[in-house]
Design a protein around this ligand. Structure first.
Ligand SMILES: [Zn+2]
Length: 222
């Protein structure tokens, strides 16, 4: 287990773990003697306080994994810095992130070759609890958008941005197996207009019909 934790960050020590029906919970601590203030770069060894921080990581023994760290806050002793304290940060986790970067990579990897709904179901079974809209956002953030002219075959699906209150559409390039856009509407008029902005599209499929491909006339646009 220590090795698993050290792969995340060589300065993390494994303290213990517990296994529940749902997940493995791993307790860790950072052994860095000093940390640099993220605002001014000044190194500090003076601890201000500790607080518990938790996030999710790659599965262990086929179960979802939660890591709990007693995170340290340091004083910044640089007189010129606008901040008096700062929390230790880690390269493997975005500030205030709840999933490690390597877990996000895994989610993106699993989601690339399937619909976001199917990916969400697969991931819930032992990898991570992640909804359809989160998967769509992660896929979009993960990759630069391709040239519109290069897109010829797509499949589309709608999804909820916020708990079934706001809907959007996700468009996936069938050849590249990647999300190419996420317009914030699922109205036929808006989607049709949006498809028109891709000049070379020949085939549009519904995600739930994928890989059966429907002609553009299905959307009244061909
Ligand atoms: Zn500072």
């Amino acid at each position: 287990m220590d090795e698993f934790i050290k792969e995340l960050d060589a300065n993390l020590d494994y303290l213990g773990h517990e296994i529940t029906a749902e997940e493995v919970i791993i307790y860790v601590a950072s052994n860095r003697r000093s940390c640099s203030c993220p605002y001014c770069g000044h190194a500090s060894m003076r601890t201000h306080s500790r607080y518990e921080k938790s996030f999710h990581d790659l599965p262990v023994m086929g179960k979802k994994t939660k890591i709990i760290i007693e995170n340290r806050k340091f004083f910044c002793d640089n007189q010129d810095c606008t901040f008096t304290t700062f929390a230790e940060r880690f390269d493997f986790l975005k500030q205030n992130g709840k999933k490690t970067k390597r877990l996000i990579d895994k989610i993106v990897d699993i989601s690339l070759n399937t619909s976001s709904a199917a990916a969400s179901r697969t991931l819930k079974d032992g990898v991570a609890d992640v909804g359809k809209s989160t998967i769509c956002s992660l896929l979009k953030k993960d990759m630069p958008l391709p040239e519109k002219q290069s897109i010829t075959k797509v499949c589309i699906d709608d999804f909820a941005f916020r708990k079934r209150k706001t809907y959007g559409t996700v468009m996936v390039d069938i050849d590249m197996h990647r999300v190419v856009d996420l317009p914030a509407s699922r109205e036929v008029g808006d989607v049709t207009e949006w498809l028109r902005s891709y000049p070379n599209i020949q085939i549009v499929s519904r995600m739930d019909l994928f890989p059966i491909r429907a002609p553009l006339s299905r959307l009244g646009w061909a």
